[in-house]
Design a protein around this ligand. Structure first.
Ligand code: TEU
Ligand code: CA
Length: 541
């Protein structure tokens, strides 16, 4: 096994806006992260992936950057960032920054200059097409609504934006733009940043004239050039966000020769609980057999030749316990632990999204759209209305899937505003903070927090979890997710009852003789052949 630190590590994602406010303005900030480094060290994570804290008009909560080399005053200052890097290091925690390189904010200096004229040196940093007003170059639509083409009357040109109109796409075919991005990345590396998450990196090689948005012909050349000029050269960790990834492309992205990135986030499993011909709002229950096939495929096809990332949640996704677990009072903890066991026994680098380690839930079904704030949610509301959906049906769908679910304040304690702020939080706290919060879990051995802590430690102590070969057990079973990991000296067996009913199994045939129970989400094993609701077990031999 090679000694890359991130192969034995767990990375924790922080969405700074809702992690911890320290000055009462209702918005989380960098000093708030520094204040919780003890908590994160206690959990045992090795690195923080920090969602964007750069200067931004916050159209898309920081994924619209107006200055890559400064911190938005709502989050603090560059000085605070330097302090975070230094303090985190004392806690043995590395800082991974989010790089949004496919687009900037329209308020970025480069775009402001680009608007000044076709011969401005920054004009070609963005994607422009001449056209006739009212006739965009093609009919492609943007993620957050409307055409990807926005008319600028002063220039008689359209600029391209795959997300909101306030997020103009950068033109990666311009080598000057690419170099400017690499210089910026190196400036952060010099400040002590130890890794990067690359937002929608599979989009940067777009060829709009051929309607190619992802996996453009130059994509891998660009990534290799960037890596060789920046994080790859420095030997840092890098993770690409790639909704289009297949195991085949992931083998390129995460080639162990280090020429591209360390790993990518793939979303095949994440898209299974939607109508395959529809959008994420067209709900369907998770098809367990298909889910098992997908996980099996990624585990086996990347083994030894690439590297997986493992995640349930991030700032764009609903909370896993509400999604594929059971967030009722009775089963919330046990199902959150089951899902954690299922994921943390696999090969790859696990990511924990803030609050996941507490079993934080989705926002309860709201009575009106006013409960939500996200630009994607607002767009979806208009689209679904136009489809003729009832208010009730729309809200149910948004409740299940919208990104706001992940963006409520972190639940620190049962005091006012869950301890997140002394002011009014920019996003309301979920009322269940009185029972689901960090303060009540950190010292409770049976809490979801303590369970995550154990899983994180197990990865460090158990080589087979890091790089053992994966084998799916009971592939045809419609209720149980079970698998085995093996290397030369160890065998790990993971058995999870995915649902809330009891199930009989033949433990002897699944668990090798001489194995011991490493971890379980139930206190006492009553009967080896009986799995209780959401029961999860991890055995080691
Ligand atoms: O997300 C990529 C992306 O395509 C999302 O819009 C995704 O499809 C959606 O959230 C799922 O419904 C990244 C960031 O993670 C996201 O927060 C940004 O809004 C987006 O890029 C634009 O930068
Ligand atoms: Ca604040």
């Amino acid at each position: 096994m090679d000694n890359k630190w991130w192969k034995k590590s767990v990375i924790y994602q922080i969405y700074p806006k809702t992690f911890q406010d320290t000055n009462g303005d209702g918005i989380g900030d960098i000093p708030g992260i520094i204040a919780h480094l003890d908590y994160l060290e206690e959990l045992g994570i090795d690195a923080i992936w920090l969602s964007p804290v750069y200067c931004s008009p916050q159209e898309d909560n920081g994924y619209d950057i107006s200055d890559y080399q400064d911190i938005d005053p709502i989050f603090g200052s560059l000085n605070d960032m330097d302090r975070l890097i230094a303090e985190a290091k004392k806690h043995h925690i590395r800082i991974i920054m989010d790089l949004v390189l496919n687009h900037t904010s329209d308020e970025h200096f480069w775009f402001q200059e680009a608007l000044k004229g076709k011969d401005n040196p920054y004009h070609d940093y963005y994607v422009w097409r001449d056209g006739v007003e009212g006739c965009p170059p093609n009919d492609l639509t943007a993620s957050f609504g409307g055409s990807i083409w926005q008319w600028v009357p002063e220039l008689g040109q359209y600029y391209m934006h795959q997300f909101s109109t306030k997020q103009p796409d950068l033109n990666w075919s311009n080598p000057k733009l690419r170099q400017a991005l690499y210089d910026m990345i190196n400036w952060w590396i010099d400040r002590g940043i130890e890794g990067f998450r690359l937002d929608v990196i599979d989009h940067v090689g777009k060829v709009p004239d051929e309607k190619i948005m992802v996996n453009g012909p130059k994509l891998h050349d660009y990534i290799r050039e960037m890596s060789a000029s920046t994080f790859g050269k420095a030997g840092l960790v890098s993770v690409g966000e790639t909704w289009s990834a297949t195991p085949e492309t992931a083998l390129l992205y995460s080639n162990p020769d280090g020429s591209e990135m360390s790993m990518v986030f793939q979303f095949e499993h994440i898209c299974l609980d939607q109508d395959p011909d529809g959008t994420k709002w067209d709900l369907r229950p998770l098809p367990l057999l298909q889910f098992k096939e997908v996980m099996n495929k990624w585990q086996t096809e990347l083994h030894g030749k690439g590297w997986n990332s493992l995640f349930w949640d991030n700032h764009d996704l609903p909370r896993i316990v509400s999604r594929w677990g059971n967030d009722s009072e009775e089963y919330r903890e046990v199902s959150a632990k089951m899902l954690a066991t299922l994921l943390h026994g696999m090969e790859g680098t696990p990511y924990v999204y803030q609050g996941e380690e507490l079993g934080m839930t989705n926002i309860p079904l709201p009575s009106s759209i006013d409960a939500y704030k996200d630009v994607e949610t607002m767009h979806a509301y208009r689209v679904l209305k136009a489809r003729g959906w009832s208010e009730e049906k729309i809200l149910q769908s948004l409740c299940a899937k919208c990104r706001d679910n992940a963006r409520t304040p972190m639940q620190w304690n049962d005091g006012p505003q869950a301890g997140f702020t002394t002011g009014t939080p920019w996003m309301p706290v979920i009322p269940n903070y009185t029972t689901i919060n960090a303060a009540s879990q950190v010292h409770d051995e049976d809490s979801v927090f303590s369970y995550y802590k154990k899983l994180i430690h197990l990865r460090k102590e158990t080589p087979v979890i890091v790089d053992g070969a994966f084998e799916m057990l009971l592939p045809e079973d419609e209720e149980i997710f079970a698998y085995r990991r093996t290397d030369d000296s160890q065998t790990l067996t993971v058995i999870c009852n995915f649902y809330g009913n009891e199930r009989r199994i033949d433990a002897d045939s699944l668990v090798p003789k001489g194995s011991r129970l490493l971890l379980s989400n139930y206190k006492d094993m009553e009967e080896a052949d009986l799995l209780r609701p959401y029961e999860a077990r991890m055995y080691l031999k």
